[in-house]
Design a protein around this ligand. Sequence first.
Ligand code: FAD
Ligand code: AMP
Length: 478
Amino acid sequence: MSEKFDVIVIGAGPGGYVAAIRAAQLGLKTACVEKWVNEKGATVLGGTCLNVGCVPSKALLESTHKFHDTQHKNAVHGISAENVTMDVKQMVARKDKIVGNLTTGITGLFKANGVTTLAGMGKLLSGKKVEVTAADGSVSVYDAENVILASGSLPVNIPPAPLTEGLILDNEGALNIDETPGTLGVIGAGVIGLEMGSVWARLGTKVTVLEALDSFLAVADKDVAKEGAKLLKKQGLDIKLGSMVSGTEIVDGKVKVFYKDAKGEQEITVDKLIVAVGRRPQTQGLLADDSGVKLDERGFIEVDIQCKTAAAGVYAIGDSVRGPMLAHKASEEGVMVADIIAGHHAQMNYDVIPSIIYTHPEMAWVGKTEQELKEQGVKIKVGKFPFAASGRAMASNETDGFVKIIADEETDRVLGVHMVGAIASELISQGAIAMEFCSTAEDLQLMCFAHPTVSEAVHEAALAVDGHAIHIANRKKR
Ligand code: FAD
Ligand code: AMP
C-alpha cells in the first residue's frame, strides 16, 4: 500500500515550502514534491524566488548599488576613491553563495519541522493521489487527504526573440552574466526588466529598454510612474515606450533587435538582450486528465477566494493561480490553505498586498491608485510629502522621491499608499499595516514617529492629507 499523507504539496517555492512548514507545524503529516535539481543532481528547494528570482536579483542590485555609490555619490560625504573596479565574477559568486545558503536553509527547516521531501516531478491523479517520477525514471504513488498545488511560473518567451545561449537571455540567464556588457537591450519595462536593466546600467552598460505599451508602469499610481521614469532616465536607462519588438538576428556575436515605434521600423544592436515580458503559470505535466482540477483560459489553475480548486481537497496557490505574481502573496496563500486544512478559520486580504520595484530609488505601493479611485468615482483626499524635506533623508543623501497617501474624503480611511524613495521597500509595510488595521489618515497623524527617521515622511504625508504637514507648505483653503 502506498504511503499516505495528510497534506502533499507539489512545488517548493515560497508558496509551497511555506504551506508545507505551516501544515507540519499544525500537526499534519506533510510531504513536499520538488523536481528542481542542481548541477550535481541534488534536489533544490526554494523555487523561482530563492534560486532565480527575488533573492538573487536583490543580491545583484545591492552589489551594483554599492559600486555606483562609491563611484558617483560618496564624494559629497568627503569620501573619495580612485580606480574603483567591479569584479563581476565575484559579484555573481556572492549571489550564488546567498542562494545556496537560503535553499539549504529550507532543507534544514523541512527536517526540523518533519516535512518529507519527495524528489521528482509531481502529478495529481484522481482521488487525491500524487504520482512522483524521480530523476531516474522510477515512479511512486502517494495518497493524500489534501493536496496543495504550488507549481509556480516560468518566463514567457516570445517568437521574435528566441533564447540564444549567452546572447538572448531570460531572467535566469540575466542573473548569470559574468562580464559587464558594453550594451544591453531589455524587452519589457516591467518589474524584472527595470531591475535587471538597473543592475547593468550601474556598472556602466548602455541599457535600452523596449516597451510595447505607450505608458510607463501603467499599474502604478501616476505620480510614482512619472517620478520613477524621470529618475531612471537620469540614471541613463533609455526607456523607449511604444516600441514593439518584432524580431532579432545574431550578427557577429551581437544581437540586432528590430522594433516598431510611432516613427516606423527601427533597429538597435546590443551585446546582450534580456527578455522580460512576463511570466506564465507552470502546469505542464502537473495534472492527470481526470484530476478534476480546471485551468482558466490563460492557463492559470482555477481557484476560489480560499484557493480551493474544482476538485475537493485540492488547493492551488502562488504564481499558478490568479492574482499578483509575488512571493509574499504565494506564501500568505500557503499559510491560509494550511490553516484551512487544519480546520482553522483563515482568509487572505487581497486588497492589501504590497508591490515593490527594487530600483534605486525604490518604487512601492499598496492599495488603490489615485486613477483607479477616480475612475470608481470615490471622493478622495491626497497627502504628499517629498523626501527632499526630510532631515534624515538629507543626512543620508537620499532625497529623491516622496510618500503619497490617499484617504477617503468622507470616512478618512486610508485607501492607498504610494512611494518612491531609497528605502520604500521597507516603508511600504507601514502603509500595509495601516490599511490592514483599517486606519484613517487621522490615526497616522496622531501617531508619534521617531525623529530623525525617513519614516517621518509617512507621518507628514498623512498630515498633508488634511493640509497639516509641518515641514512643507500645504495649507488647504478653508
Ligand atoms: P515558484 O517560486 O515558481 O516555485 C514553484 C516550484 O514548483 C518550483 O521549484 C518548481 O520546480 C516546482 N514545480 C513545478 N511543477 C512541479 C511539479 N509538477 N512537480 C514538482 N515540482 C514542481 N516576487 C516578489 O515578491 N519580490 C521580488 O522581489 C521578486 N523578484 C523577482 C525577480 C525575478 C527575476 C523573478 C523571475 C521573479 C521575482 N519575483 C518576486 C516573483 C516570485 O519569484 C514569484 O512570485 C514566486 O517565486 C512565486 O512562488 P510560487 O511558490 O508560486 O512558485
Ligand atoms: P511584466 O509583465 O510586468 O513583467 O512586464 C512585461 C512587459 O513587457 C509589459 O509591459 C509588456 O507590455 C512588455 N512586452 C511584451 N511583449 C513585448 C514586445 N514584443 N516588445 C516590447 N515589449 C513587450
